[in-house]
Design a protein around this ligand. Sequence first.
Ligand code: DQA
Length: 147
Amino acid sequence: MDVLVINGPNLNALGSREPEIYGSTTLADLEAGLVAQGAAAGLEVGTFQSNHEGEIIDRLYQAQQDGAKFVIINPGALTHTSLALRDAFASVRIPFIEVHISNVHAREEFRRHSYLSDLAVGVMAGFGGYGYTMALDFLINRLELWG
Ligand code: DQA
């Protein structure tokens, strides 16, 4: 697998969860689009969603074992709370892009802080599901990143 797309807590409910904020696209549709986008560029994209912090951390170590080159992650609320997820990224050293469907900076104050952003290659926020597409497009077009 070249790129692993991880979605954190409550993103399983995309499409029905607060659609005025997160839109009407389901997670399955979003993931299928990214897999197809990667395949068209010759990249294997894997997907993973969990509502459990520890499972996401375990999946990151598995990705390291598998030799994944990049991670695109929407950590959901773990963005604002999880020192453990931060430590996991610092440990596995897989470059990652942080994605938020909503513009977290235009919402509640507590969504403005991320434990991950300073470790990320970059951060997308506020572009809806298209933020994942742009993140993958960046990875596809910056071939020099691939060594
Ligand atoms: C989110 C923003 C987070 O603050 C929130 O907890 C989420 C989704 C987003 O995609 O906009 O679960 O990461």
